[in-house]
Design a protein around this ligand. Sequence first.
Ligand code: BTN
Length: 315
Amino acid sequence: MMEHPSTFLSGEEISRRLKVSRTAVWKRMERLRLMGYEIEGSTRSGYRLVQSPDLLTPSEIKPLLKTKWMAKRIHHFQTIDSTNSKAYQLALNGAEEGEVVISESQEKGRGRLGRQWFSPPSLNLYLSVILRPRIPPHQAPLITLMAAVATADTIREFSGLLPLIKWPNDILLRDRKVAGLLNEIHSEIDRVHFVILGIGVNLNTGEEKFSKEIRSVATSLKIETGQTVSRKDFLRALLFELEEWYSIFLEEGSAVVLKAWRDRANIRGREVKVTSFGETVVGTAIDVDSDGALILETEDGKQRRVMAGDIEYRK
Ligand code: BTN
């Protein structure tokens, strides 16, 4: 029915194709209706799909995918604590590279540095991808940089606006955060077991939905463009970009990824204030090195390397 929307398929035909009884077909239709599928039913002609709900279920997403291997297995939830926690658990239990976790909402969406990620239902994208790169752990931050590039490029494609990556991996539109990445790693000293790429993109959140605390620092594609974004199309494009950039990283190495990140972050020479583990450092950003660390020159002319934290642009 999904393959041929708008044409009627008889109950008998469906029961034959799915090898289930007519009653089971009827029950399945009822279940689909409860999920939001609009299905016309007539005793003479059978069933016809009138409209699909805006859900990111495997049956909605799989036919759209342009990827070669990523997201061939999709774990979809109406709600979950955090897609990252679920993906981590699945990876520990042997899930393969490319499996993804998607949820319509998150009860405990996690942000960097122990923060929360605002995850209301059905408006945005909450995605975690399981990767199993054969790299030493010190190279794992490059995966974060490549994922930030892929996310920024997808946002650019869908908004027509130029996003800026803010170190380490916030994506900004008009100085406000439209997407964030939380990447987690499981490794031995010299070998990565898996990386969980956690990506949250504010697609259709209206300004009024953001709490007072985050309203002045957060935005969505809809707020910026005035248009609703199709979550399915965005997800399809993002998965395609991620697969592309990941293979560029594996095949061509870190230099290409670093260059792409620098081009989109435009951080060199900017005056920044960095808060890292309770300490504040002020200086001029010189670069990001291949471990993803921020290199600063402080007022006394010394260079400092900052591995984690938050930055504020001073000019
Ligand atoms: C940040 O900017 O602080 C990172 C936000 C990351 C949010 C995403 S939403 C999908 C995935 N699951 C989570 O719990 N967090 C990430």
